[in-house]
Design a protein around this ligand. Structure first.
Ligand SMILES: [Zn+2]
Length: 326
């Protein structure tokens, strides 16, 4: 009706009115007729206005429905993130290391691009098991795999043996450094670190990296290879938290600053004069020895219980529990 009325009036009034009519169709047209104007206003004005308002609303749900309707046909889950270059490079030729979901823990703990390093695959297809499997960032897992393949296998070969397992003492764990509450977040909390205690050889023998009775040459070879590959290497003599394992991580510091602190102790350590000598069978009763040697060898005065707890030779200072580590 409005269009028809406008058309009639535009014919009667000429082009100028027609332009006005297009801009304000009913208002000007029926200005002289209150009754008609009232009727037309209610019909004509509300109708065009809701339509444009409704149109986008109606389109939005449709637009939203279309992709959701299309998704089930293609992929039910959101598209997985693109694998990292590290992930692509860490193939099953190098390691058995399935990807695991990102971890977002408290206090900055966690990480992305994580893998569960179950074994390192050697060029001859043999596998060196990581026991227990280590949760690490891909970059750290790759560093471990490369280290085993390129450095540790030849060291074992020099011993006339083959690697069987890596003794994983700790990998991802949300904690402060050395397990000190409130301390700076450990690289273990970022899945960037691995504590290695030993390498097990085929046949059952293990090389404990902090065992003073293991040939110095072997331990030094491991030390030098580790410090060439990892930005942090902490072992015996570093801070008393690493007397029974080696901490490795790939944390990035300014100017590529690296930490390599691992003293390869001698079997009879000259640097630890307080180490108690082995008691000969014919030694006098302990009480007597403790009194006479107390000034020179305070550790002799320790209780049997304390000595029993320290089953390995200890350096000068009393050793902290081994669970406290970086
Ligand atoms: Zn550690």
């Amino acid at each position: 009706m409005v269009t028809a009325a406008a058309l009639i009036l535009s014919i009667a009034a000429g082009p100028a009115v027609a332009r006005e009519a297009r801009a304000f169709p009913p208002l000007d047209l029926f200005a002289g007729n209150p009754k008609l104007r009232g009727t037309l206003r209610h019909v004509a004005i509300p109708l065009p206005r809701p339509r444009p308002a409704e149109a986008p609303k109606a389109e939005e749900p449709e637009a939203a429905e279309k992709p959701s309707a299309g998704e089930p046909g293609k992929t039910a889950e959101p598209a997985p993130p693109q694998p990292s270059a590290c992930r692509l490079a860490l193939t099953e030729e190098i390691a058995i290391a399935p990807s695991i979901p990102d971890i977002k823990g408290p206090g900055g703990c966690g990480g992305e691009d994580l893998v569960r390093l179950e074994a390192v695959v050697l060029p001859d297809k043999r596998k060196v098991a990581v026991k227990p499997a280590a949760v690490l960032r891909c970059k750290m897992a790759t560093a471990i795999a490369d280290w085993i393949r390129s450095d540790i296998v030849p060291i074992a070969a020099k011993l006339g043996s083959q690697l069987s397992d890596l003794d994983n003492f700790d990998s991802y764990e949300c904690r402060g450094r050395n397990r000190v509450a409130g301390a700076q977040l450990s690289e273990h909390g970022r899945a960037n670190a691995l504590d290695v205690r030993a390498f097990k050889l085929v046949g059952g023998k293990s090389i404990y990296l902090t065992d003073r009775t293991v040939a110095r040459e072997v331990r030094e070879s491991v030390l030098h290879s580790a410090c060439a590959r990892f930005s942090t290497v902490l072992g015996p003599g570093s801070d008393w938290y690493h007397e029974d394992h080696i901490h490795l991580d790939v944390s990035e510091r300014r100017n590529n600053y690296r930490i390599c602190q691992w003293n390869v102790w001698d079997p009879l350590p000259q640097v630890a004069p307080l180490l108690p000598a082995e008691r000969p069978a014919e030694a006098p009763p302990r009480e007597v020895a403790a009194k006479s040697d107390a000034a020179q060898k305070p550790e002799d005065a320790k209780s049997d219980q304390e000595e029993a707890e320290e089953d390995k030779p200890a350096p000068a200072k009393p050793k902290k529990p081994t669970k406290k580590r970086r």
